[in-house]
Design a protein around this ligand. Structure first.
Ligand SMILES: Cc1cc2nc3c(=O)[nH]c(=O)nc-3n(C[C@H](O)[C@H](O)[C@H](O)COP(=O)(O)O)c2cc1C
Length: 415
C-alpha cells in the first residue's frame, strides 16, 4: 500500500478470485433447487426475481424495455443516478430517470456519498413519484468514485454506510417505496465488507441485498465468487440476489442451485443479447427453448433499439445512433461481419444510414457456437484501488473525513 498526498492506493497485482465454477474441476454442491420464487419487496411484487443489473450508459429505458419484452416479470434497473445531480435537477440526470409506460416496476438506482444529499434525492423521487423501487449503489469500483469514498469503498465505513441507507429508507418507507442495496465482497480480500454491509442494510430496512461477489480490486476480472453469495444467503433474512458472471440460462440456474439466492442479477451477459432474459425465463419455467437469433433478427432488434433511443434523445437521431455504437458492437459480436461494415456502423449518423448498412449484411448468418453464452464486456482486474487518504485505518469516519468527502462529489463531473 502506498500513500500519496491525498489518497490511499492499494496495489492489487496478486488479487485473485477464489473460485471459478466455469473452469473449476470441483462442482459446488447443490444447496437449493434451481427454482425462483416470487419476491415481495415491501409492496412491490416481483413475480420472477430475474434482475437487469444497473449499468451506466446501458440500462436506460430503451434497453430496459427490450430486455423486459423478452424476460419475465422481474426487475429491470435503471443506471445509477448521482444524487447530487438529481437534486440539482441536472437535465441529463433527469433524462436517466425516465421510464417507458410499459415498464412494470420503475426501478431507479441512486449513487452518492453524502447522506444528506442522498436523503434529498430520495425525497425528490418520492415527491415527484419518480420510481416504485430504489436501489443504492455500493458496488462501483471506478477509481474516480472510490477515491472519494463512494461506491464499493463506502461500506468500509460502517457508520457512513448505515447513515446513507437509513436516511434513504426513512424517506422511501413513508411512501411505501422499497429500498435495496447493491454491494461487492469488499475492497480486497484483506478488507472485506459484505458481511457487515449485508447486516446493516437489513437492519436499516433494505428489503433485499444484491451481492456482486467480487472485490473492488477484482474489478471485472476473474470470476464472481459465488460461495460468498451462499454465505450471505445463510446470514440474512432478507432476500439476497446473486450477481456476477451469468452469461447464459445455465449459469443463472447454477447460481440459484449453488447459492440458494432469491434472485439473479445479469449485467454484461445481456449486452447485445437482451434475449438472455427469454432464455432465463424459459429455463426457470422448465423449458429448454433458447433464443438463437439470426443476424437478420438481431438487426431488427438493433433498429428497434435505435428507434427507441431516438425517442430517449427527444428525436435527435444522430445522438441516438452515436449512443448505439457500443450496443451495435455488442450485437454484432460473434457474427461474420467484417471490419469495414463495423466501421461503417460506427460512422453512421442516422437510422437510415444504419438500415442501409444492414441491407448489405447476410441476414441468415448465425452466431458462432463458441460465442453463445460466452463472457463479454469488461473482464479486467484493477491495477490499483484508489481510496481517500487513510480510508482503511478505521471502520468509521472522522469529522474531518466527512468534511473532506462531502465537499465535492466525484460524479458531478460526469454530468
Ligand atoms: C458498463 C457497466 C456499467 C455498470 N454500471 C453500474 C451502475 O450504474 N450501477 C451498479 O450498481 N453497477 C453497475 N455495473 C455493475 C453491474 O451492475 C454488475 O454488478 C457487474 O457487471 C457484474 O455482473 P455481470 O458479471 O453480470 O456483468 C456496471 C457494469 C458495467 C459492465
Amino acid at each position: 500500500m502506498s500513500k500519496h498526498a491525498e489518497e490511499t492506493v492499494l496495489r492489487t497485482a496478486h488479487e485473485t478470485t477464489h473460485f471459478d465454477p466455469r473452469t473449476s474441476e470441483q462442482e459446488l454442491p447443490a444447496k437449493a433447487p434451481a427454482k425462483l420464487n416470487a419476491v415481495d419487496l415491501g409492496s412491490v411484487h416481483v413475480e420472477t426475481p430475474v434482475i437487469l443489473s444497473p449499468m451506466a450508459g446501458v440500462t436506460n429505458w430503451p434497453f430496459r424495455v427490450i430486455c423486459e419484452e423478452y424476460g419475465p416479470h422481474g426487475l429491470y434497473v435503471a443506471e445509477m443516478i448521482t444524487a447530487r445531480a438529481l437534486v440539482a435537477k441536472n437535465p441529463k440526470a433527469l433524462r436517466l430517470c425516465r421510464f417507458a409506460p410499459s415498464e412494470r416496476i420503475r426501478s431507479l438506482q441512486l449513487y452518492g456519498v453524502n447522506p444528506s444529499i442522498m436523503e434529498q434525492a430520495a425525497q425528490m423521487v418520492v415527491d415527484n413519484n419518480m420510481a416504485d423501487h430504489v436501489d443504492l449503489n455500493f458496488g462501483c469500483p471506478v477509481p474516480k468514485v472510490t477515491r472519494r469514498g463512494g461506491g464499493s469503498a463506502l461500506p468500509w465505513k460502517t457508520d457512513l454506510f448505515a447513515d446513507v441507507v437509513s436516511r434513504v429508507v426513512g424517506v422511501c418507507d413513508k411512501a411505501g417505496i422499497p429500498v435495496t442495496a447493491k454491494i461487492r465482497v469488499g475492497i480486497d480480500h484483506e478488507h472485506e465488507t459484505f458481511h457487515e454491509a449485508g447486516h446493516i442494510a437489513q437492519e436499516e430496512g433494505c428489503k433485499a441485498v444484491t451481492l456482486h461477489a467480487r472485490t473492488t480490486a477484482e474489478y471485472y476480472g476473474g470470476h464472481s465468487d459465488w460461495t460468498r453469495i451462499a454465505e450471505l444467503v445463510d446470514e440474512l433474512d432478507v432476500p439476497v440476489f446473486g450477481n456476477g458472471d451469468i452469461w447464459g440460462a445455465s449459469d443463472a440456474m447454477a447460481m440459484v442451485e449453488q447459492t440458494g439466492c432469491a434472485g439473479v442479477a445479469i449485467g454484461r451477459g445481456c449486452q447485445g443479447r437482451p434475449w438472455i432474459f427469454a432464455d432465463i425465463k424459459n429455463a426457470f419455467a422448465g423449458s429448454d427453448e433458447r433464443v438463437n437469433p439470426t443476424l437478420g433478427e438481431v438487426a431488427r432488434v438493433m433498429m428497434r433499439h435505435a428507434t427507441l433511443m431516438t425517442e430517449f434523445h427527444d428525436g435527435d437521431e444522430q445522438m441516438a445512433v452515436h449512443d448505439m455504437r457500443k450496443h451495435i458492437a455488442w450485437y454484432l459480436k460473434g457474427f461474420p461481419v467484417g471490419g469495414g461494415v463495423r466501421r461503417a456502423f460506427m460512422e453512421s449518423e442516422s437510422l437510415a444510414d444504419m438500415q442501409r448498412i444492414i441491407d448489405t449484411l447476410d441476414l441468415d448468418a448465425t452466431l458462432a457456437p463458441r460465442i453463445v453464452d460466452a463472457p463479454r464486456g469488461r473482464v479486467r482486474f484493477a491495477k490499483k484501488v484508489h481510496l481517500p487518504y487513510g480510508w482503511l485505518d478505521s471502520r468509521s469516519t472522522t469529522h474531518d473525513e466527512r468534511e473532506a468527502l462531502f465537499g465535492d462529489d466525484p460524479m458531478d463531473a460526469s454530468y
